[in-house]
Design a protein around this ligand. Structure first.
Ligand code: PLP
Length: 532
């Protein structure tokens, strides 16, 4: 039953010595060692095995032998050490300092990977610990935006290496501030937000969303048709759970924001990917959509503006998607979280506004438009022909009730955010940060040998392609990892977005221009010698 992993032995030693993560971090700090929280979590989750030096630190703090912790098989854990380790102080005192310290092995990763030993650990005591594995529901679920390449970046950061992160669409760390008015409004309302709200959300928030939907021409949306969530993410998962049964198929774009594929799969359904065509500004390929419809197809996901391509779909393309959905009686799931981050004087069209006779669910939120991704506030609006979805709506209500409600303080700012002047609009015009950063990154990429790129019109992502004849990329992750290791620049590989053709990657152009400048210089240099 036991997989005999380092993570198991670490967890076992922590339990036996009654030390929590915070105790270990503190003890290590008292002994002059920096042990990061994320680092420790990753060791415990089994995602990362530590370098030899970290093993020494952990063994010292836990009062166990390094050999046992590292290899498991060497010896059963000395009982005396285990007893001494019963309290954090005792553990700290009993720790043998620096003995038999192992240096990291030389290897491609520059780290020592622990051998999976036989974790005899305390087997002398006759107790083997029950191991817990993740559920099989997760077997085919992928969410590589935060995958192994990011783990490596964290490891490098733990070693003091500065990594230029162009990987996650989280505006706040890049100096995009929440408007003061919004913060103040939340502060003022905090004491009124102590209880659960209606499971769909506060009336005032939903009313403001309803009015926003009206302005976007989304038909037949009542206050009762709006559900707030802890980010759109929670609602994407909720909707997929309510909608998908085993054997059901849903059309999802490729490349996609991978949460959609992950949630459809987790819900027991099958995500069938339709291609977005790079040659046509990354618009959905309607013929491909048509060719992927089967009798099992129940719905279609449209991400517009798109992550990762930054494409904004014109009305005609949306109309063609609606026509297919109408012909095959599909539910439309419209992810429009970037609808207020549109450039070049273009206007976003909500697909639901073109489909009053179909049942649509439109997802939106404040994470991106108001740079409050950490507040966790999003919503979904049911629109159009709700009569055909009565039972589905029952299911949505049940799941919404089961999670009680979304974060109420965050709901309290929806009205403020959706009304009045939208300050983020300044960022999207010439002279504004997002606009200028897009121009810069697009210009630099366009001039790099072997790189082709489509200019994004919305959001803050760009999805370049590397010439297969020049770079011979067969493994996107390896490319991202090599770039990270050589140049300390972190991007997300195309594969992470369910895009099968190798040689693509996503850049988030939220960092300030001087950082983008350094990153582009580094990338250009890397591409001058790199190939697979
Ligand atoms: N949809 C898309 C296309 C996204 O890119 C993201 C986040 O990056 C989300 C939904 C989730 O947003 P939220 O912060 O509201 O959960």
């Amino acid at each position: 039953m036991s997989q005999n992993l380092f993570s198991d032995r670490l967890a076992e030693a922590m339990e036996k010595s009654d030390l929590r993560q915070s105790d270990l971090i503190r003890i290590a700090a008292e002994q002059g060692h920096k042990l990061g929280k994320s680092q420790l979590s990753q060791y415990l989750s089994g995602k990362v095995t530590p370098r030899a030096q970290a093993v020494v630190i952990l063994a010292q703090a836990l009062g166990v032998s390094e050999e046992w912790l590292a290899e498991g098989e060497a010896a059963s854990q000395p009982e005396a050490a285990a007893q001494e380790a019963a309290t954090p102080d005792a553990a700290a005192q009993s720790a043998p300092r620096g003995e038999s310290r192992q240096e990291p092995e030389e290897g491609s990763k520059g780290t020592k990977t622990m051998r999976k030993g036989t974790a005899t650990g305390r087997q002398g005591e006759g107790s083997s610990m029950r191991q817990f594995t993740k559920s099989h529901k997760l077997d085919n679920v992928l969410y590589d935006i935060r995958g192994p390449v990011l783990d490596e970046a964290y490891r490098m950061e733990d070693q003091g290496i500065h990594v230029l992160k162009l990987n996650i669409g989280n505006p706040a760390p890049f100096g995009f501030r929440t408007p003061d008015e919004v913060v103040k409004d939340m502060q003022d309302q905090l004491t009124e937000c102590e209880g659960y709200s209606n499971s769909r959300g506060l009336f005032t928030a939903r009313k403001a969303i309803m009015q926003y939907d009206q302005l976007k021409g989304i038909p037949n949306v009542d206050v009762e048709d709006i559900y707030t969530g802890n980010g759109a993410s929670e609602l994407i998962q909720l909707a997929m759970n309510a909608f998908m049964d085993e054997g059901d198929e849903i059309l999802v774009p490729s490349p996609d924001y991978p949460l959609w594929t992950a949630c459809a799969t987790l819900a027991g359904g099958t995500a069938v990917h339709y291609v977005c065509d790079e040659q046509a500004n990354w618009y959905p390929d309607i013929d491909d959509i048509k060719s992927k419809v089967t009798p099992r197809t129940k719905g279609i996901v449209v991400i517009n503006p798109n992550n990762p391509t930054g494409a904004l779909y014109p009305r005609e393309v949306l109309q063609e998607i609606v026509d297919v959905a109408r012909e095959h009686q599909l539910v439309i799931f419209a992810d429009e979280i970037y609808d207020r981050l549109v450039m070049d004087g273009k206007k976003h069209v909500s697909i639901a506004s073109l489909a009053p006779d179909l049942f649509c669910i439109t997802f939106n939120g404040l994470s991106k438009s108001h740079m409050v991704a950490g507040y966790r506030i999003g919503w979904m609006s049911l629109s159009g022909n709700k009569r055909i979805a009565k039972d589905l709506i029952d299911g949505i209500n049940m799941l919404s009730n089961m999670r009680l409600c979304s974060n109420v303080p965050a709901q309290s700012i929806v009205q403020t955010c959706l009304g009045g002047i939208q300050r983020s609009q300044q960022l999207l015009k010439p002279g504004g940060r997002i606009y200028e950063q897009r121009e810069y990154v697009y210009d630099r990429l366009s001039h790099m040998d072997g790189v082709t790129v489509t200019k994004p019109e919305a959001a803050f992502y760009i999805f370049p392609r590397l010439d297969p004849d020049k770079f011979h990329i067969t493994d996107d992750d390896q490319f991202a990892l090599d770039l990270l290791k050589d140049k300390h620049v972190l991007v997300t590989a195309g594969k992470g977005f369910n895009w099968e053709t190798p040689g693509y990657f996503r850049i988030v152009y939220l960092p300030r221009k001087h950082t983008l400048h350094d990153a582009m210089d580094a990338l250009e240099d890397f591409l001058s010698y790199y190939h697979q």
